[in-house]
Design a protein around this ligand. Sequence first.
Ligand SMILES: [Zn+2]
Length: 123
Amino acid sequence: MKRWDGILIALFLLPAALWLLLQRPQPERLLVNIYVDGELVSSAPLPAQATALRIEGVGGYNLLLLEPDGVRMQAADCPAGDCVHSGKITRAPMAIACLPHHVLVVLEGAAETGEGGVDIVAG
Ligand SMILES: [Zn+2]
């Protein structure tokens, strides 16, 4: 399942990726997976332009800022605000957790398929 999802995403993204390549170097494609209370509520690639995304967590909200090169928690109404202070994540498999709201934001590398040659990347 996961492999096919990756292929579909790669096919869907290919024209956009090519277009992006003309604009700026894109070292790796990353998916932003958002979990609330253990459930995957959103899975999308990093956007070409900065985009704010409001997440309805458990007992509060989180405002996520998706940027072409990473993700950070811009605002939240959790008591400690640790998620906001944790800064920007830019690589897989980094994550931002908001424990009070049961929100987990994980960067994942997109499947490396459909590119013709396969680069073996260790680590
Ligand atoms: Zn928080």
